[in-house]
Write a protein that binds this ligand. Sequence first.
Ligand SMILES: Cc1cc2nc3c(=O)[nH]c(=O)nc-3n(C[C@H](O)[C@H](O)[C@H](O)COP(=O)(O)OP(=O)(O)OC[C@H]3O[C@@H](n4cnc5c(N)ncnc54)[C@H](O)[C@@H]3O)c2cc1C
Length: 412
Amino acid sequence: MDDILIIGAGQAGMQLAVSLRDLGFTGPITLSGSEASGPYQRPPLSKAYLSGEADVETLELRAPSFYDDKHITLRCDDAVVAVEFTGERGVATTASGARIEFAQLALTPGSEPRRLQIEGGDLDGVLYLRDLSDADELKGRWDAAANVVVIGGGFIGLEVAAAARKAGKAVTVLEAADRLIARAVSPITSEFYRQAHRRRGTDVRLDARIARLVGETAVAGVELEDGELIPADLVLIGIGVVPRSGLAEQLGLELSGGAIVVDEFARTSDPRIVAAGDAVLLPHPLGGEGRVRLESVQNAVDQAKVAAATLIGKLEPYRAVPWFWSDQADLKLQIAGLSSGFDEAVLRGNPDDEHFSVLYYRDGQLIAIDSVNDAPDYMAVRRALGQNATIPADQAPDTSRPLKSLVVPSPA
Ligand SMILES: Cc1cc2nc3c(=O)[nH]c(=O)nc-3n(C[C@H](O)[C@H](O)[C@H](O)COP(=O)(O)OP(=O)(O)OC[C@H]3O[C@@H](n4cnc5c(N)ncnc54)[C@H](O)[C@@H]3O)c2cc1C
């Protein structure tokens, strides 16, 4: 029997299992997870769950009965620690000593927070946010915290900062780079977020140089290299993630920059093994240059669908338009496409109104959009990218016309 083991019961692993059943696979599926609970949504952890607007049940990706109904064996709280193939079959060993045999393997282990190596980094009250257990620890300290310092001005840091301001805390964001969210958006969008967080009362520091975290046993402050001490009873570190690729390394799979290299069919360098989600480096899904690593729900879901199809012998290349969102206070950022490598950014609307878009072009071709509180603009570009269409850059700023009315086929 072609039994399949999926290692990593998160967004991608869950989707892979569901897609295998949707595609008619009837063999045994084991979904193996290291967390105490079954697959759940991470995005609310820094948004509605943190603010107390969503409870833990609403995070579940599927009700517990789903796994029995679909004959998916869900094994929680027992990480796979070793995995190997012997001839045609493989065997995985878990932390508790269980052995799981399989014929085909999918790796969906996700990523983990990059740790800040700094004096005081292990003080009580210095936290990271990836899992439900991290979120519960953060929530447990939330009410008592008056001064919150966020280290890292990326999406997770800024979402936590917005939630903390909304809860009335004094909030400082320390970003080492010269702008916020620098890996994902253009300087126009970065500057908008700096100002928007400042307007809401957050102290945003760019080019921040942190000397150490201070405190006896619990953190009391963050000391900058110039000697300034910023009081803190809670420090949230959000400085990016690193792919979990330990098992892939054991299996001798090709890695690059710590991520698992796959082709457009989600196949690793060993054709018996597929991989999907945050841990993976994939060919640019829209035919752009090079490989990309995408940390998003969209990628985890769409790539898992491709991986499931590959496992049952239906090769369907990954061609999904990347999309992403981030909720910070009352600001909804929506991104479609990948803006890296853009040579022109066109502003549509007025950032001062907190309602605008930035369209990105490369060689005159539309490649991406960031929209703030403008879902119609975002949807117009997402659809255009999926249809190999474009929007002339000289017409894009014209807000008297809906963006979707400006879409034209891309030149051949
Ligand atoms: C706080 C937060 C907010 C986010 N907000 C957004 C957002 O607004 N929009 C968006 O698009 N994306 C957002 N993301 C990113 C998104 O959640 C991830 O891109 C997505 O979860 C990746 O899916 P994945 O399956 O690759 O990894 P995960 O969902 O992390 O799942 C991987 C699972 O594998 C388990 N695992 C790892 N190793 C093993 C092992 N050896 N054995 C067994 N199990 C193992 C892990 O414990 C984990 O449960 C957010 C992430 C976080 C943390």
